[in-house]
Design a protein around this ligand. Structure first.
Ligand SMILES: Cc1cc2nc3c(=O)[nH]c(=O)nc-3n(C[C@H](O)[C@H](O)[C@H](O)COP(=O)(O)OP(=O)(O)OC[C@H]3O[C@@H](n4cnc5c(N)ncnc54)[C@H](O)[C@@H]3O)c2cc1C
Length: 400
């Protein structure tokens, strides 16, 4: 008789919710533990890239996703001084020629609803995993704080999808390779003075840069600053910060005046790292828990979703058949995903250490894009290349 194996997924972010849904739709008993009471947390990634749109289409959720309020962008442009340059162009790419911007909680709620409609899917909110439960060397579940006290959740396989500050990564004492980042990011909202024009816009100044992310009725703004300089900036009057913003985007002067307190400005400490090994007996880590990405390109969500697709493709047959979940099987997930993670992180680190470091070090005048690169970017087919990398990633997998 077949005895299917069970899974406990820790973390209801994009990786955990997608994986929970994908496994449950293949008849595998899955419990997802999420520490928060809802998905309504601000300042999370909002970009749903073509690779994720393809996955949603493959599982039959694209129509429901399209019904969510969203804006769509088809190009990324930057302004340096007087010069505006489109650096990535999705137009002409197929099957999707845009990135959808959807509040992350809407995407997660959609996956939660789709999951809850399946008999083998359980989502437990306000359940925070605090420790691994072991039987000898093998992980056999987690201990979690729940609204009714501490409880154990036992499973044949525990999958940590608990993000860049992963508790389970710490508890498993897995070795982390730090790749470093020269910048941190401040996040805040600005009222949007005009309608969307399908463009994600960055402004590069001397020593800083901002990116304006279109969220239907306001801009989510990322302000890039040298690593560790956040406290120094915050020790100065808010007015100085507003003036720097106005010098970068004078057209948003009235919106910038709406920032009334430093409390409206949140700091993201940028980390780029990856685990050397993504698994132990009975335990697998994916998404940010296995590899925290730089915000460059806004690709963390696609990578997390792609990890969950690979994990479901690799693990579902063995889980369903009740096979042993040995190291060889778990390592297949890492082997299939690591090349894509390494390529994206290498590109991010190269951009951080060259272009971004030059921007952060610039004094007086914003650096310029070198003339040969600007000449190349005149051709849409060449602007399509960064868009394809951002939108479709490397080694994309289809949902089985
Ligand atoms: C400010 C900011 C802006 C970003 N912007 C973008 C963007 O525009 N585009 C993009 O692609 N990426 C962006 N990212 C990165 C993106 O959010 C992540 O790469 C992506 O969400 C990773 O998904 P994940 O599921 O692996 O982890 P997460 O999204 O971090 O999800 C982890 C989940 O686990 C839960 N959790 C944590 N610990 C526990 C525990 N012990 N027990 C139970 N639950 C737990 C958390 O509450 C969370 O819901 C941004 C990140 C930040 C911080």
């Amino acid at each position: 008789m077949i005895n299917p194996k069970s899974c406990c997924i820790v973390g209801g972010g994009p990786a955990g919710m997608m994986l929970g849904y994908l496994l449950a739709r293949r008849g595998i008993s899955v419990t997802v533990l999420e520490k928060h009471a809802d998905f309504l947390r601000d300042f999370r990634g909002d970009t749903v890239h073509p690779s994720t749109l393809i996955a949603l289409q493959q599982v039959g959720l694209l129509q429901r996703f399209n019904a969510l309020p969203q804006s769509r962008i088809n190009r990324l442009s930057v302004r340096m001084g007087e010069v505006v340059q489109t650096v990535a162009d999705f137009r002409g790419l197929a099957p999707f020629d845009y990135v959808a911007l959807v509040p992350q909680w809407d995407l997660l709620n959609l996956l939660a609803k789709a999951g809850r409609a399946l008999p083998h899917f359980t989502l437990r909110m306000q359940h925070e995993a605090t420790a691994l439960v072991r039987d000898g060397d093998k992980v056999v579940g987690v201990t979690a704080n729940t609204p009714t006290g501490e409880r154990q959740f036992l499973a044949d396989l525990t999958i940590a999808c608990d993000g860049r500050g992963s508790t389970l990564r710490d508890r498993a004492s897995l070795a982390v390779e730090e790749l470093g980042a020269p910048m941190d990011v401040l996040w805040f909202r600005l009222p949007k003075p005009h309608a969307s024009n399908g463009e994600l816009f960055g402004v590069i100044g001397a020593g800083t840069a901002i990116v304006l992310i279109d969220r239907i009725d306001y801009f989510q703004v990322a302000y890039i600053l040298p690593k560790g300089s956040d406290m120094k900036l915050r020790s100065k009057p808010l007015e100085n910060f507003r003036q720097t913003l106005v010098s970068l985007a004078p057209e948003l002067k009235d919106s910038i005046a709406a920032i009334q307190s430093w409390d409206e400005v949140k700091t993201l400490e940028v980390k780029v790292d990856r685990l050397q090994t993504w698994h132990q007996q009975g335990l697998l880590l994916i998404g940010d828990a296995a590899h925290a990405m730089s915000p460059i390109g806004g690709v963390g969500i696609n990578l997390a979703i792609q990890d969950s697709i690979t994990a479901a493709n690799v693990l579902a047959p063995a889980l369903a058949a009740g096979d042993e979940l040995n190291d060889a099987l778990l390592s297949r997930v890492q082997r299939r995903r690591l090349p894509a993670v390494k390529k994206v992180q290498a590109l991010q680190v190269a951009l951080q250490n060259n272009a971004l470091s030059a921007v952060l070090a610039a004094k007086g005048q914003a650096p310029k894009i070198p003339a040969p690169i600007r000449w190349l970017l005149k051709f849409r087919v060449l602007r399509n290349i960064p868009a394809r990398i951002i939108g479709y990633g490397f080694d994309r997998e289809d949902v089985q």
